[in-house]
Structures are given as C-alpha cells and as structure tokens.
Design a binder for this molecule. Structure first.
Ligand code: CDP
Length: 218
C-alpha cells in the first residue's frame, strides 16, 4: 500500500503542529514539521554569520544535517547532532526564518528531506506549501487560518514569558504571513482541493473533530 500523506498547511500560529501530532497519534503515522527544517537551517546560517541576501552555496548546505525524531508525542530536532528543539523557536530565528525560506536552494534542500521521509512512511506534515508544492497528490489536505489577534494571544500564552510583548508577537506573525504569502516560490496559499478551517473560535478538540470527520467521510 502506498504511504498516506496528510498535509496540514496554514497561517503562522494556527495550531498546525498540535493538530498534526494528534492525527499522527490517532493513525499511528510519523510526523514531520516542515517549518522546523527552515528554522534549523536559519539557526545554522545565523550562527555562521550568513545573511539572507547571500547566495547559499551547496557546500554550505552540505554542512547541515537535520534530524527529526518523533517519539512519545514529542518532536525533537537535531542540528548536526545537537538538540535545538527549543532554540529554533526563539525570537531571532522567528524574525529571520521567512527571509531564508524564500530562497530556492534552501527550499530544495527541505523538499529533499521531506520527500525521502515519505518513501516508506505514512506521514502527517505541517507547513505552508505541503499540499500545493511538496506533495500535490497528498491523500488529505487541510488549511488552517485565524484572526491574527487570537493567534498572537495563543502564542503569547504558549511562550509564557512576560518580557515578550503581545504586540511584538502579533507584528511578527503578520509580517511572517505577509512575507510567506507574497514570495514568488511556493507561497503560503490554500491548495484548491484543501479543506479550509477557520480556527478563530474553535478549541483544539473542535478543530480535531472537523479534521477527523473529513478524513472519515472520504
Ligand atoms: O509554527 P509557525 O506556524 O509559527 O511556523 P513554522 O511552521 O515553524 O514555520 C516557520 C517559517 O518557515 C514560516 O513562517 C515560513 O517562512 C517557513 N516555512 C515555509 O516557508 N514553508 C513551509 N512548508 C513551512 C515553513
């Protein structure tokens, strides 16, 4: 049987990874966070003083090895053998990642990782272009969106750090969505055949129920 691919795309901070993990648990599939690849690459390039205006050579990309391990409902990200799961969520990576994610050489690097993961595994993958570009023939496609204020409030609660202002999170989210949806390559946009869910007024469980009933009805 061919591996099943479930694509969960959508705007920043709409709970894509929470839903993706719940689906992976439910069906005993593996999980990949495509954004975490872009974040880990961004961390590596920032640490090595490489700017998003620079051309990123193949020899630089060859120095980057990223591993995602999903176990016991937890995803761990390793960059060249070091656990960077927390570090890639920091503000510095968040404000820079979309400028690196625009670059074709970086996108090709991530596509290769995702497609090789799917060769022998059924996968749930969250991102921006999974259903449009990376796996246009995915078995199921979902697209999550929500009011930016609500998304910022949820992310603020999740970060649980009083020194980070709610307004700066909202600004960062809006800016990132804007960069992601206006870029030329693989912009953030709903695939024509994706099922759209506005999560603004829904709880995690309500969104999950909608996703499950869509999967079961197909
Ligand atoms: O978790 P959140 O929605 O905030 O973002 P993320 O999934 O960690 O993605 C971080 C950034 O990586 C996005 O804002 C995009 O710039 C980029 N990204 C992308 O270009 N394509 C993807 N498939 C996933 C992420």
């Amino acid at each position: 049987m061919d591996p099943v691919i479930i694509a969960i795309d959508g705007e920043a901070s709409t709970g894509k990874s929470t839903q993706a993990k719940k689906i992976a648990e439910k069906f005993d599939y593996n999980y990949r966070d495509s954004g975490a690849y872009y974040r880990a690459i961004t961390l590596y390039l920032i640490q090595n003083n490489i700017n998003s205006n620079d051309n990123i050579s193949q020899s630089v990309l060859n120095q980057i090895s990223i591993e995602q391990v999903y176990k016991d409902k937890k995803l761990s990200i390793y960059l060249n053998g070091n656990d960077v799961t927390q570090k890639i969520r920091g503000f510095k990576v968040s404000v820079n990642v979309s400028n690196f994610a625009k670059k074709p050489e970086i996108r090709d690097f991530v596509y290769e990782q995702l497609r090789s993961s799917a060769k022998s595994n059924s996968l749930v993958i969250d991102g921006r272009d999974i259903g449009t570009v990376v796996f246009p023939n995915a078995t199921f496609k979902f697209f999550l969106l929500a009011d930016p204020k609500i998304r910022a409030e949820r992310r603020h609660k999740q970060i649980n750090d009083k020194s980070v202002k709610l307004e700066s999170i909202e600004e960062e989210i809006i800016l990132r969505d804007n960069t992601d949806s206006t870029r030329k390559i693989a912009p953030l946009k709903k695939a024509d055949d994706a099922f759209e869910i506005d999560v603004t007024l829904l709880t995690i469980e309500q969104v999950f129920e909608k996703i499950l009933s869509k999967i079961k009805s197909q």
